[in-house]
Write a protein that binds this ligand. Sequence first.
Ligand SMILES: Cc1cc2nc3c(=O)[nH]c(=O)nc-3n(C[C@H](O)[C@H](O)[C@H](O)COP(=O)(O)OP(=O)(O)OC[C@H]3O[C@@H](n4cnc5c(N)ncnc54)[C@H](O)[C@@H]3O)c2cc1C
Length: 391
Amino acid sequence: MKNYDVVIIGAGASGLMCALAAGQRGRKVLVLEHTERMGNKILISGGGSCNFTNLYLKSEHYISGNPHFCKSALSRFSQHNFISLAEKHNISYQQRQLGQLFCNGNAVEILNLLLEECRLSDVKIQNRSTIKKIEKDNYFTVMTNSKNYVTESLVIATGGLSMPTIGATGFGYEVAGQFGLKVLSRQPGLVPLTFSNNDLENFSDLSGISADAAVSCNGQSFRDSILFTHRGVSGPVILQISNYWQPGDEVIINLLPDVDLAKTIKQWQKERPKTELKNLIGELITRRVANRWLELWYYNKPVNQYKEKEINEVADIFHAWHIRPSGTEGYRVAEVTRGGVDTNELSSKTFEARKMKGLYFIGEVVDVTGWLGGYNLQWAWSSGFCAGQFV
Ligand SMILES: Cc1cc2nc3c(=O)[nH]c(=O)nc-3n(C[C@H](O)[C@H](O)[C@H](O)COP(=O)(O)OP(=O)(O)OC[C@H]3O[C@@H](n4cnc5c(N)ncnc54)[C@H](O)[C@@H]3O)c2cc1C
């Protein structure tokens, strides 16, 4: 005999959203969470202010083996639906750059919203639940360290692999494997990139410097700030491009995206001919970067001594700095996991597995990864809410 209509594994963003939506339909819902606390990632998201969605959300801002898969859920539960929910709970928020919406207060307000809606719908949430085994007969039986639960619908909302210290596990992929669903290879996403040995020697002492930059890789470009670290490069623009980077790929960085450096040098030749080039470029970008670039790739001299060919070469080293990262900083710090349960295995309407009636996958465990800027939480809300209509 079943004792729940719906058991959801994972009390994160997507699991809680699915729970409240199913609860509102009158379904008897249990959420099982293995850590002490619910919504750990929500609490640390957006630097503690939770970038909970993005006003300018587009499906093109998601990466997936099937770029169409996310469209239906994102339109059925859009950023505007989540904004209405936040407003219903009197959460005050602000728009930052590129349509990113953050709480004015603390991320805990978003978690409290979800927990309150779950409470109103009589959703039961059980923390410190270790799942030992899942069996399927007519119903699913979920065996935990304390009890066994029998349910008609089983929702896997266990997220990705990033930040294992706050509860991330590969459990969702194991369940997919158990029921014969294909899981695509996974990689850390929205993650700092590490320098090759040579670059490490040349640039690690620039750690702490940040600059505006345009960065491209594999045909995708972003513009935002870059941060030099002891081991490589980070900052929003690097996190964004990391979603498109594959091991071995080159990343091209324009450190002066607003300037036509060749043209500017010619201007300087007329206006400030005796000034050394490194000092002039040091007015456009941090002096230490200007010095280092000229030390490594060119020679510094008064600006009037540069010939046309040299001017173009100098412009190139600032406009197209090529690096071939040795890797990423890994799941320890990655904000998301790229790859995951193959979307071809799931219905984009219900999130139910095509091969296993009653089994659903939502949120980050699915092969849908968003850009930085509120896209990943919106995916969790959209997929969770939509699955919640069918479980
Ligand atoms: C530092 C950081 C900052 C971020 N900031 C933002 C942001 O501002 N905006 C944004 O859009 N996205 C942000 N993200 C990404 C976003 O938090 C995630 O994409 C989103 O939380 C995914 O939701 P989810 O429900 O799929 O997984 P999660 O929210 O990770 O929830 C999964 C839950 O399942 C539980 N779980 C795992 N394994 C088991 C198991 N075996 N048994 C039981 N429970 C289990 C976990 O403990 C967790 O509670 C950030 C991520 C990080 C790491």
